[in-house]
Design a protein around this ligand. Structure first.
Ligand SMILES: NC(=O)c1ccc[n+]([C@@H]2O[C@H](COP(=O)([O-])OP(=O)(O)OC[C@H]3O[C@@H](n4cnc5c(N)ncnc54)[C@H](O)[C@@H]3O)[C@@H](O)[C@H]2O)c1
Ligand SMILES: [Zn+2]
Length: 345
């Protein structure tokens, strides 16, 4: 962030700029971003929202509209999201609706935001009835990533982000998967060279998929690998107790087992993926007392169900997946074994 960011300065030149962030991130990185923008003669308005998921609400969106209007931020201005996925989703939503849309830039500061949330243009806020129910598709003009900010990220957040990186390996990139296998301990030690490699690679995969299917008509669905059961686990356990990445890791392991059961891949794929997730410490503390039945009904409520079948993203091998409707009966059977096996550990 301290170095000159030409593309950022080009987007913001001669414009009013508002930076949306949270207090802890502002304390660490606010000054660097401000200094960066001042190189292009811009003094940004900096607005803080509360840290954590509760900021992703219409209430805080409305707060941002108020602040932007009071500061007379105009149509030709730019909103910058400085923070994790929460700040990015909220700011993107406001950018897409404020004055019918103003330019938007992402400066993601978590691993999840750098490899996933900041890319692809999904914005949104939560509703009391569920997560991400209100939102838009709105592409940022620029996603500006500096992996150095990950140095201060808590370990559990880093590990959660690694689940998405493993996901990209399995759905699209065997080399990335192998790289993570070979550098797992460096990655968990915040080795910057290793982090830069996986962030770059993952961001490109996400951008590539979204470029082909922006509005999730087909291909983009593969990004939901591990998320069908993952979302169900999050919903059943009450959002927050099990982190998203941890739930996705469990979901990916289940999808691999399901794939083996359906004859879509061999056992080796599930074994290799499981071993890697273990090394990344993504398998610890699995859902005691989460019943198979509650997970099944959470999946049934999910939008992916069509004619008694759920569309699952299944690995064929490391680097390739297929989307397949799977009968509820089979899901139930494999899930029972899966839970049983894991509780035994
Ligand atoms: N739009 C999308 O495509 C998409 C994709 C994935 C996730 N999401 C959304 O993203 C959100 C989750 O994002 P997240 O995992 O980044 O969580 P987050 O934004 O809540 O950030 C997690 C925590 O890390 C802290 N933090 C951020 N950067 C830091 C840094 N550099 N150093 C120290 N601490 C730092 C934050 O203050 C926060 O407490 C969810 O709301 C999810 O729905 C959106
Ligand atoms: Zn995810």
């Amino acid at each position: 962030l301290a170095r000159t960011a030409k593309p950022l300065l080009e987007v913001c030149r001669n414009r009013q700029v508002a930076v949306v962030t949270t207090a802890p991130i502002r304390r660490r990185y606010g000054a660097a971003v401000r200094a960066l923008l001042q190189q292009s003669g811009t003094t940004p308005l900096v607005i803080s929202v509360p840290d954590g998921e509760r900021a992703k609400s219409l209430k805080w969106a409305s707060h941002l509209y108020d602040r932007l209007l009071s500061a007379k931020i105009e149509r030709g201005s730019t909103l910058i999201a400085l923070g994790g996925g929460v700040v990015g989703d909220l700011t993107g939503f406001v950018a897409s609706t404020y004055l019918r849309g103003v330019a938007f830039v992402q400066i993601p500061t978590t691993l999840v935001a750098q490899v996933d949330a900041s890319i692809g243009g999904k914005t949104g806020v939560n509703h009391p009835k569920g997560k991400n129910l209100i939102g838009t598709f709105y592409q940022p003009k620029l996603v500006y990533i500096d992996v150095a900010v990950l140095k201060t990220l808590p370990k559990r957040e880093l590990i959660g982000g690694m689940a998405e990186v493993v996901k990209y390996g399995v759905i699209a990139d065997p080399d990335l998967f192998e790289y993570v296998e070979q550098h797992a301990s460096e990655l968990l030690d915040y080795d910057m060279t290793a982090l830069e490699y996986i962030v770059d690679r993952s961001a490109r995969i996400k951008a590539g998929v979204v470029r082909k299917d922006e509005k999730e008509a087909g291909l983009r669905r593969i990004l939901n690998y591990g998320h069908t059961l993952g979302h169900a686990i999050e919903a059943v356990t009450g959002y927050g107790r099990i982190h998203h990445g941890e739930a996705v890791a469990i979901g990916m392991q289940f999808a691999a087992k399901l794939s083996v059961r359906l004859g879509c891949c061999n056992d080796e794929v599930a074994r290799r993926q499981g071993q890697l997730l273990n090394r990344l410490k993504l398998q610890a503390g699995f859902y005691q007392r989460v019943s198979v039945r509650s997970m099944l009904s959470a999946m049934a409520l999910d939008k992916k169900i069509i004619e008694g079948r759920v569309h699952f993203i299944l690995p064929e091998r490391i680097g390739q997946v297929i989307v397949k409707p799977v009968e509820f009966k089979i899901i139930k059977e494999v899930l029972k074994d899966f839970v049983h096996e894991r509780e035994g550990k």
